[in-house]
Structure formats: structure tokens, C-alpha cells
Design a binder for this molecule. Structure first.
Ligand SMILES: [Zn+2]
Length: 165
């Protein structure tokens, strides 16, 4: 799979480029495969890594502006548009790795939505206790591989989604 962005934002351009490098990196998928188990998932980590690595899906990144200026939502997915990730343009003043983690988190949802049989979401929007679901754990992994630092889950992902699950 890969992501693309045709809007006008340098931070998002950089994040999309870096995310695409990660999505071509066998070490990223090997790290997913080496994880024992995800919560709330009918798929094994190996199945999820295979789906992501083998998918020809192109995920489109688009920007939206939350109505509420102080909204903590970083992004959302709409199940009517499973190949589109919507990033909150009010929340782009953060690190490259953090934006990449958000994109990768939503890419996991996109692959989940496109597979009819397997389910690997995280339930509702409260991120507490969701660290070991596939979207959050794989987003954390992206953050760690890109930043070279441990992911601080609560900071990077707090109130991340306003989305279907
Ligand atoms: Zn999510």
C-alpha cells in the first residue's frame, strides 16, 4: 500500500514521503509479524502485516479543518471513503514522526475496512487501554521507527480519532 497527498502543506508532504518509505521497509512488517497478538482483532499480526505489505491500495490523505478550534482530534476515517485519511489541519504543528504515526494508524483502518472477513479495529474513540490494538500499536511502531524514540502513547494519540470503528 502507499499514501498520496495532492494538497499544499509541507509538513504533510514530508510525512507522506516518509510514510511511503516505511511502507516499503521490510523491517517495519517484520516487526509487526513478530508481535504476539493484538487486542480486539480477529486477524493475527502476520495476517495484518501481509495484508498491508501486499495491498495495492493507494490511500489518499486529505486535510479538513475541525469546526471546534480546540478539537484534539488529529484525524478521522469515514467508512464511506475507506481509502481516504482525513487529517485535522489545526493539528499539523507537531513532529514528522507524530504525523506519520497518525497516517499509519489510519492506513491500518483502511486495510481493515477493505478486508471483508477480518476485523482489527479498536472500538470507540477513547484511546485509553487501546495500546495493544493493531491501529494504535502499529502507529506507535511507525513513530518509534521514524523518530528513533519510544512512543509516548498518550501524547501522540490522545483523542486521535473521531471515526467509525
Ligand atoms: Zn483509529
Amino acid at each position: 500500500m502507499k499514501v498520496q497527498f495532492s494538497g499544499n502543506n509541507a509538513n504533510v508532504d514530508n510525512a507522506v514521503e516518509r510514510t511511503n518509505e516505511l511502507l516499503q521497509d521490510p523491517a517495519f512488517f517484520d516487526a509487526i509479524r513478530a508481535h504476539p497478538k493484538f487486542d480486539r482483532s480477529t486477524a493475527t499480526p502476520v495476517q495484518i502485516a501481509d495484508l498491508m505489505q501486499q495491498s495495492a491500495t493507494v490511500v489518499e490523505v486529505k486535510l479538513y479543518k475541525s469546526k471546534w478550534p480546540l478539537s484534539k482530534a488529529l484525524a478521522y476515517e469515514d467508512h464511506n471513503y475507506p481509502n481516504t485519511v482525513f487529517l485535522n489541519s489545526r493539528r499539523l504543528d507537531r513532529s514528522l514522526a507524530s504525523i506519520c504515526a497518525t497516517i499509519v494508524h489510519e492506513c491500518v483502518h483502511a486495510v481493515d475496512a477493505l478486508d471483508k472477513d477480518l476485523r482489527f479495529g479498536h472500538g470507540g474513540n477513547d484511546p485509553n487501554g487501546k495500546e495493544n490494538t493493531a491501529p494504535y500499536w502499529i502507529g506507535d511502531l511507525a513513530y518509534e521507527m521514524i523518530s528513533g524514540k519510544p512512543a509516548t502513547f498518550a501524547q501522540v494519540f490522545a483523542d486521535m480519532d473521531s471515526e467509525w470503528a
